[in-house]
Write a protein that binds this ligand. Structure first.
Ligand SMILES: [Zn+2]
Length: 260
């Protein structure tokens, strides 16, 4: 497990071929990474500063279910990473690209988290009782610390629950032990009873300026999704939700919006 040969094999086996992907998928093990490309991504707006990590729970019981779902073009959802209960890491989308994990969202006055965040899914059924093993939480911490080297402006770690619009649309990651990430020295924004002040207008204005093309990007997206029927595909969002309901506890809040 974990030799370069095995990793290369895994990367080929779980390529972007979607539902026909080669099985079996093998969890790489604690702290090791395999690439399982998702077709569900697009480009970040030019000039985007990635400064936020959004944490999620998968609402499913195992890593392979999420790997298959994100590899499926019909799901129209993805994240950059998923971390298994044993600390296995799967990367689905380049961190330089825009994964589809947060959906309609806002943080500190800045909408559309997918533009400027990195999404990390964590395997957990999300019933509030499923434990968060030490191995998994540790590896999420290592991963964020590593990402900070690549993105020096990384500053915030938040929850899907906190950023989802409208409020209450998402509950994840339910019961996550946030205190175990305090050592990272980043701002952890997850307490639903505290609503931090939006950033200053000067900062927000600079943010909007950097993402000057985001309007046209959103326009492109709305042409292929957000309630418009795509022939042969189930409605976005609904498909993702219903799949996670089948695989998991069904405790994730149903939504009609799409997490991209
Ligand atoms: Zn989520």
């Amino acid at each position: 497990m974990g030799s370069p040969q095995i990793l290369a094999w895994a990367a080929i086996a779980i390529g972007p071929q979607g539902p026909g992907l080669v099985e079996p998928f093998v969890d790489p093990g604690y702290g090791k990474v395999v690439w399982a490309q998702s077709p569900n991504f697009n480009q970040r707006p030019p000039g985007t500063v990635v400064d936020t990590v959004v944490l999620h729970h998968t609402a499913g019981p195992n890593l392979v279910g999420t790997v298959r779902w994100f590899a499926n073009p019909e799901s129209r959802v993805s994240s950059h990473f998923t971390v298994g209960k044993d600390g296995s890491i799967v990367q689905h989308v380049s961190t330089f690209a825009r994964a589809w994990h947060a959906g309609e969202s806002i943080l500190l006055g800045r909408p559309n988290l997918n533009h400027y965040s990195i999404g990390i899914e964590m395997v957990n059924i999300g019933d509030g009782k499923d434990p968060w093993p030490k191995e998994q939480v540790e590896v999420v911490g290592f991963l964020i610390a590593h990402l900070r080297k690549r993105f020096p402006q990384l500053r915030y770690v938040t929850s899907h629950e906190f950023v989802a619009v409208p409020k209450g649309r998402k509950p994840d990651p339910k019961g996550f032990p946030w205190k175990s990430l305090e050592h990272l020295g980043l701002e952890l924004i997850y307490d639903m009873s505290k609503r931090p002040e939006p950033l200053s207008e000067a900062i927000l204005s600079a943010h909007r300026k950097r993402q000057g093309t985001s309007q046209s990007l959103e326009q492109q997206e709305s042409n292929v999704g957000l309630g418009l029927a795509v022939p042969g595909l189930p409605a976005e969002g609904e498909a993702a939700e219903s799949r996670f309901h089948r695989e998991g506890s069904g405790k994730d809040t149903p939504t009609r919006s799409v997490d991209r």
